[in-house]
Every structure is written in structure tokens, then in C-alpha cells.
Design a protein around this ligand. Sequence first.
Ligand code: FES
Length: 102
Amino acid sequence: MRVKLCTLDQAPQPGKGAAVRSEDGRHWALFNVDGTFHLCEDRCPHMDCPIHDGIVHRGVVTCMWHQWQFDLATGECLLSEHIRLTKHPTSIDNGIIYANLP
Ligand code: FES
């Protein structure tokens, strides 16, 4: 299922994350790593805080609450391979970013 997230103009700049609300009303964290977008549920696996405002550096986001770190390419937590962000692929069509959901 493909769900509209936002336009490219509304998307976060490289090295940043943003909270986005998809057209079906769900909340997501969208990150831009050197022009590649990474989408995940907007909650940290540790204590469910929003992850979109984490600090992004070299493809890793650091949660603002307790500094857990996640590889945005894989979603994997750097503390444990058994903890990960729930990621979904994105696609871009005609200037619009979509979430490709199961
Ligand atoms: S809620 Fe993210 S590290 Fe604790």
C-alpha cells in the first residue's frame, strides 16, 4: 500500500529528521541522509518517545531522551542488533514522497 507523506519541499534537509503525518493520519519520522530518505514509526524502541527530533550524524540518529543510537539504513540499534526502529521503504513520484507499507 502506498501512502502519501509530504512533498519534497516539505521534507527534511540532508542531515535532519522531521515529523510527518501521512494522508491516512499516522505519525512518522522521516530522515534525510545525504538525499536518501529513511522512514520509521515516530517512536523510540526504548521508551516510545518521538525519534524524529534526534540528532543525525553519519547516518545514525541519536535519541534525545537517553541517547540510544540507531543506524538509519538498517534501523538497528547500535547497543543491540535485537532492538531496531520499525522502518518502511519510501518512494518519490512527481515530487511527492510516499511510504510503501505492507
Ligand atoms: S526513549 Fe529513546 S533512548 Fe530512551
